[in-house]
Design a protein around this ligand. Structure first.
Ligand code: TXA
Ligand code: MG
Length: 310
C-alpha cells in the first residue's frame, strides 16, 4: 500500500462530487453516517473492496455491510420477503441492517460478502451518505472507518488519527448521531435473529446459536466443500490448482503477484474450484505480508477441516 495524502473536506456538494469521483475510480472514502463513520468503497468492484481490508489492516476477511439508497436498490441485491420488506419499510433509511439471501445476479463483489450466500444491507439516513449513494448509483460497502483493533470513529478527527495516510478522502460531517453501529437482524423463514444489538430495538434478545458464539460472529464463514492443500507449486493428478505469481495453476489469483487483485478474486476462484470436476483443490503459496495475511488466514481455515483426513 502506498502512503497517501488524506484530504478532509467539509460535507457539501463539492465533497460529495469528489467522493463520488474517487469511489468510481476504485478508491476509499471515509463518510459520516448516522451511526459511526464508514470506510466506503464501490461494492461492485472487488479490488476496491480489497483496499478496505488493506487500509484497515485486518488480519482476516469478514463480510461487510452493503449500503443502498432504498428498498428498490436493495431488492437488486437480496431476496426480500414480506417480513424483511416490512422492516425496511418501517426503519429505512436508518440504523437497521438486514441479513438476507444474496441474489445470484447481485451486483456485489464476492469479497464484500466474504463468499457467503447471504448479504447484510442497510439504507443509511445520513444526508451526506445518501447524497453519495445517489451520485455514485452503486451500492457501497462500508465497515466502520477505523484501523483493525481500534474503536469505531464518531468524528472525522478519529478517522484521520486511525486511517490518515491510508485513504484518499475523509468527508467531515461533524459528530455521528448515534455513536454505535447499526442493529443487525437476520430475517427469513418467519424468524428474526438479532445478530448485533444497536440503535433500533426490535424487542428481541441477541441470538446465540449454541450459547458460545458472540453476536455478529454468527455468519458461518464460507469454505469450499472439497479438501484444500496449501503451498502447492504444482497440481497433483486429481487437483484443480489456484495459482499466484510464478505458479500459473488452472486459474490465477494474480499472475503479476498483486495481493489486491488476489484478494478480489479469492472467493470467486474458491467457488469455481468447488464447481470443477476435480475432487481436490490446491493453492499456490501466497506471501505472508499485507493482504496476504488475510488471504492466508482464510485459506488455512478452509484447509483445516481436511487436515489429517487425506
Ligand atoms: O452502523 C453500521 O452498520 C456501520 C456504518 C458504517 O454503516 N457499518 C458497520 O459495518 O458496522 P461492518 O461492515 O463493520 O459490519 C459488519 C458486521 C459484522 O459483524 C458481520 O459479521 C456482520 O456485519 N455481517 C455482515 N454480513 C453478514 C452476513 N452475511 N451474515 C451475518 N452477519 C453479517
Ligand atoms: Mg467495526
Amino acid at each position: 500500500m502506498t502512503a497517501q495524502n488524506t484530504r478532509v473536506l467539509p460535507e457539501g456538494p463539492e465533497a460529495i462530487a469528489e467522493a463520488a469521483r474517487l469511489i468510481l475510480a476504485g478508491e476509499l472514502v471515509a463518510m459520516p453516517t448516522e451511526t459511526v463513520y464508514g470506510l466506503a468503497a464501490d461494492a461492485t468492484n472487488g479490488e476496491a473492496v480489497a483496499r478496505i481490508y488493506e487500509a484497515k489492516g485486518r488480519p482476516g476477511f469478514n463480510p461487510l455491510i452493503i449500503h443502498v439508497s432504498d428498498l428498490t436498490q436493495g431488492e437488486e441485491i437480496a431476496a426480500f420477503d414480506e417480513d424483511s420488506r416490512a422492516l425496511a419499510g418501517a426503519h429505512w433509511p436508518g440504523p437497521l441492517t438486514l441479513v438476507l439471501p444474496l441474489r445470484d445476479d447481485a451486483p456485489v463483489a464476492a469479497l464484500a460478502t466474504a463468499g457467503l450466500p447471504t448479504v447484510a444491507l442497510r439504507a443509511p439516513a445520513h444526508p451526506a451518505m445518501r447524497d453519495l449513494l445517489a451520485a455514485v448509483g452503486r451500492p457501497l460497502a462500508a465497515p466502520s472507518a477505523n484501523a483493525s483493533g481500534r474503536i469505531s470513529p464518531t468524528r472525522a478527527e478519529h478517522v484521520r488519527a486511525s486511517l490518515g495516510g491510508r485513504i484518499a478522502l475523509i468527508v467531515d460531517g461533524g459528530a455521528s448521531g448515534h455513536g454505535i453501529e447499526s442493529t443487525i437482524v437476520a430475517v427469513g423463514g418467519g424468524a428474526r435473529r438479532l445478530l448485533r444489538p444497536g440503535p433500533i430495538d426490535l424487542g428481541i434478545a441477541p441470538w446465540a446459536a449454541d450459547g458460545i458464539e458472540a453476536p455478529g460472529q454468527l455468519a458461518s464463514h464460507y469454505a469450499p466443500a472439497k479438501p484444500l492443500r496449501l503451498q502447492a507449486t504444482e497440481a497433483e493428478a486429481d487437483e484443480w490448482l489456484i495459482g499466484f505469481g510464478p505458479v500459473a495453476g488452472n486459474a490465477s489469483l494474480s499472475a503479476s503477484g498483486d495481493l489486491v487483485e488476489a484478494a478480489a478474486k479469492l472467493f470467486d476462484l474458491l467457488h469455481e474450484a468447488d464447481a470443477r470436476p476435480a475432487p481436490r483443490i490446491a493453492v499456490a503459496p501466497i506471501p505472508e505480508e499485507g493482504l496476504g495475511i488475510a488471504i492466508n488466514d482464510r485459506l488455512r481455515r478452509a484447509a483445516a477441516p481436511w487436515e489429517g483426513q487425506a
